[in-house]
Design a protein around this ligand. Structure first.
Ligand code: GDP
Ligand code: GDP
Length: 455
């Protein structure tokens, strides 16, 4: 490597960075308006406008990647919850429960200028029960005069309150130091912490695509699905189901089995639940309702799974409803709308009739195999060498950037680092990804490619 202009330290550093496993998850919880979203914004260090001025604006995005002192972690933002959907206490509790369940550690935000309210006390009970590490943020301490307000929050019994101003950044560095201390190196409850246990599947999709029906079908028995208000949810339930001679864990099935009837806020609620399930799973099975057009919401759910780096299977459900005409248009829709995940195994199923249920497990196994694929460095570089000589990067400004060598830095999903002599254009990177897939498969898995340019 050294003769190519990269020293060993560069290479090792790049591999270490690109090869990180699953990230630990931090949830930010608290009452509405205490400043959760403002704090999350500050933690992700971008002005990605998480804060909305209009109250009750629903957001799809609930997890963000953040980095502090060289450590990366995921943030679950619960600030998008609509307080008037269920009544304040129930909604804050439900929101916190989901977030806490998905998280490895929690930042509990209290408005120090208001002090501890009954709702705050209710959340404290949940936090105690969950037994996860908690850091207490006493927010809106914009100046030294607010420090006394913060000290009052010792009364919550959660240890030292950290006075911060999410708005101005005051104290947030100390808070983040504390948070990092509370976060485990690798997330518990995800695949990193559960090697050798049953493989974990998240069955996800828009409301009414047939998740509950499919789960009942594969579980081999009809179960009663009760209508229940979301505010009464208990802990998410993982179910062990034997399929094709293997035991699989379907995560967060309580949310699937329960029919949630909420008008406002339902989208946000569903997103949070989906994100939590995806975090815990190794493979996501996304259901699409073929009796309707593929929607933006379907695509968002797929994006969520891909961005989380999970293996992916797409199940086109309600196949029994298709007539010839609808089927024709469906195939056109799949071609155009699902192009970016054309690598995902596809099964055409009917949860009602049981059609092609037996194809689900092989598809999941294929996706997991792709997700775990490791390409030996020698083979990768033989391939890259051929690719570069057959299809060199276009010349730009008299220069021709070249891929010098590459390595796979990690799996689950596969992550590659390419070392290059100059900036590689987006189109060329896409081309390399396509060729990598053609060569090595990677069916059912996103792949990450990062490029290091020699200085
Ligand atoms: P969330 O509902 O908990 O996500 O709260 P937001 O982040 O949306 O904040 C609610 C309101 O409190 C907004 O008007 C923020 O500008 C304000 N706010 C948030 N953090 C601070 C702070 O540290 N100091 C002050 N003075 N206001 C804040
Ligand atoms: P969920 O909200 O995603 O859990 O969806 P459900 O399983 O509750 O299904 C929503 C509706 O679609 C119900 O009326 C189901 O009977 C119906 N459904 C589910 N799967 C199929 C299918 O394969 N074919 C047909 N025709 N209907 C289905």
């Amino acid at each position: 490597a050294a003769e190519e202009g990269f020293d060993l330290e560069d290479v090792e550093g790049a591999i270490g960075e690109a090869g990180h496993g699953p990230l630990p998850v931090l949830a930010v919880v608290g009452r509405p308006n205490v400043g959760k979203s403002t704090l999350v914004n500050r933690m992700i260090g971008r002005r990605e406008a998480v804060v909305e001025d209009r109250p009750g604006v629903t957001r799809d995005r609930v997890t963000y990647e953040a980095e502090w002192a060289g450590r990366r972690f995921k943030l679950v933002d619960t600030g998008g919850w609509e307080q008037d959907v269920l009544g304040i206490d129930a909604s804050v509790a439900a929101q916190a429960e989901f977030a806490i369940d998905a998280a490895d550690a929690v930042v509990f935000v209290v408005d120090a200028t208001v002090g501890a309210t009954d709702t705050d006390e209710a959340v404290v009970k949940l936090l105690r029960r969950a037994g996860k590490p908690v850091v207490l943020a006493a927010n809106k301490v914009d100046g030294p005069s607010g420090e006394a307000d913060a000290a009052m929050l010792w009364s919550l019994g959660l240890g030292e309150p950290f006075p911060v101003s999410a708005l101005h950044g005051r104290g947030t560095g100390d808070l983040l130091d504390e948070v990092l201390g509370a976060l485990p190196e690798a997330p518990a409850g995800t695949f990193a912490g559960a090697v050798g246990g049953p493989r974990r599947i998240a069955l996800i999709g828009r409301p009414n695509v047939g998740k509950s029906s499919l789960l009942n079908k594969v579980a081999g028995e009809e179960r009663v699905v009760v209508d229940e208000m979301a505010g009464t949810t208990r802990d998410p339930v993982d179910e062990l189901i034997e399929l094709g001679g293997t035991t699989w864990k379907f995560v967060d099935t309580a949310g699937i089995r329960k029919r949630v009837h909420l008008q406002e806020g339902a989208d946000y609620y569903a997103s949070l639940r989906t994100a939590a399930a995806v975090e815990k799973a190794e493979v996501a099975v996304v259901l699409i309702d073929t009796s309707e057009s593929i929607s933006v919401q379907d695509q968002r759910i797929i994006t969520m799974a891909v961005e989380a780096g999970r293996a992916l299977v797409i199940a086109y459900n309600k196949w029994d409803t298709l007539d010839e005409e609808r089927r024709y248009y469906l195939e056109r829709e799949i071609e155009t709308e699902m192009q970016q995940v054309s690598w995902a195994p596809r099964v055409n199923v009917s949860a009602r009739t049981g059609r092609h249920m037996e194809k689900l497990v092989p598809a999941i196994e294929t996706a997991l195999a792709g997700w775990e694929t490791r390409v030996p460095t020698g083979r990768l570089n033989a391939f890259l060498g051929e690719l570069v000589s057959a299809h060199p990067h276009p010349i730009r400004g008299g220069k021709q950037p070249r891929i010098l060598f590459g390595t796979q830095a990690g799996t689950k999903p596969p992550r590659f680092v390419l070392f290059a002599s100059g900036f590689l254009e987006h189109g060329y990177r896409r081309f390399v990804e396509r060729r990598l897939r053609e060569e090595f498969g990677f069916e059912g898995t996103p792949i990450h490619i990062s490029v290091r340019v020699r200085e």
